[in-house]
Write a protein that binds this ligand. Sequence first.
Ligand code: ATP
Ligand code: MG
Length: 428
Amino acid sequence: MAKEKFTGVKGMNDMLPQDAPIWQHVQKTCVGVLEAYGYQEIRTPILENTRVFTRGVGEVTDIVEKEMYSFTDSMNGDQLTLRPECTSAVVRAVNEHNLLYGTTQRLWYCGPMFRHERPQRGRYRQFHQLGAEALGMAGPDIDAEMILMLARMWRALGVGPVKLEMNTLGAQNERQAHREALIAYFEAHRGELDEDAERRLYTNPLRILDTKNPEMQALVEAAPKLLDFLGSESRAFLNRLEELVSAAGIEYLINPRLVRGLDYYNHTVFEWITDKLGAQGTICGGGRYDPLVEMLGGRPAPGVGFAMGMERVIELMREVGSVPVRTQTDVYVLHHGGESQTAAIALSEELRDLGVRVITHPGEASIKSQMKKADASGAALAVFATADELANGTVGVKALRAGASAYAEQTLEPLEGAAAKIAAALAH
Ligand code: ATP
Ligand code: MG
């Protein structure tokens, strides 16, 4: 019988061991920054009832119209969807557990999202977002704080310059007036609309501005701008946001065409964009979504959040060469099997008690072949718990690469106290 070779699902990637350090580094760095601003983690299931997203994201959006992995639960007929984004899920959980009762919440999440898109560089069917939601706080100070927090993350990650674009979607009534002007404008240019635009003309004309069709760029460029429909409150909101972002020394561009793909936004929307990743250059998007908590069944409460695409951020870091080198092993312990192995295992445990990352050679082999493994492991030090050394109550220690200079020459250490000395040498 021919052997069957299995492959993963198209557009869904394995994260291989060699990529683990960078993924862990990005999450750890971002979480460090999030904690500096008082954010706490929340985890929601990757499956939700489909209604959470159709309601939360909006019916007339790319996500809901064509990107969701939805299915019927064969056990009970429930309509379920693999989460395409996490904001709706977080708000669902916050409402369900009354987390906003008389208080505010600053929450972050990190995990896989699923969208049925055409896979290409920077666009996958399973991808990962790290995001945050600030709930119960209405002012532009919180929107600005979120921008500052992201700027701090970009600095900490060393992604190089990324452009901040901001816009406002105003308030509901302002969008309504703008919407009517947009419909009138696009009706007057009906012949130039593509299929998507035609379909959205009456359901979601704002979204037409978001088109990626190059043939429609001139048309949307000249369309009525929401900025011209803003009342004094929305203007003041945007002005204060701009003031605070400028005061922090962060450069930005107001892009009137930035409307973003999700339905629930009002006031602030923003994106961070790089020109180093081609068409998939948006590494992070976010905005204010004051209507969402109530739309998902909660008591009205304002919210603002962002989501960054981890794959794109990591790709950018590789592009600008800011991927940190971190070996995965500090010490490789060699031995002669039997009692020597028993001593090697005990010494390894002692080292681990001191926070050292250790590989004890598995099984038995010649010292020469163990040394090859030690070298390949990336360890800084080789420790010889070999029969002859142990017979003298010592172990041998030798640096395998530049760094642990105390052991540039192979050195004998008394077994008693060896672990502490080795750990100290590694700390230098
Ligand atoms: P795009 O315009 O690129 O489709 P979007 O508006 O659909 O993006 P959001 O829903 O705002 O994206 O998601 C926030 C971030 O998540 C994006 O800025 C991007 O970095 C990342 N992202 C979105 N979809 C994908 C995907 N299919 N693969 C990888 N990353 C993605
Ligand atoms: Mg999209």
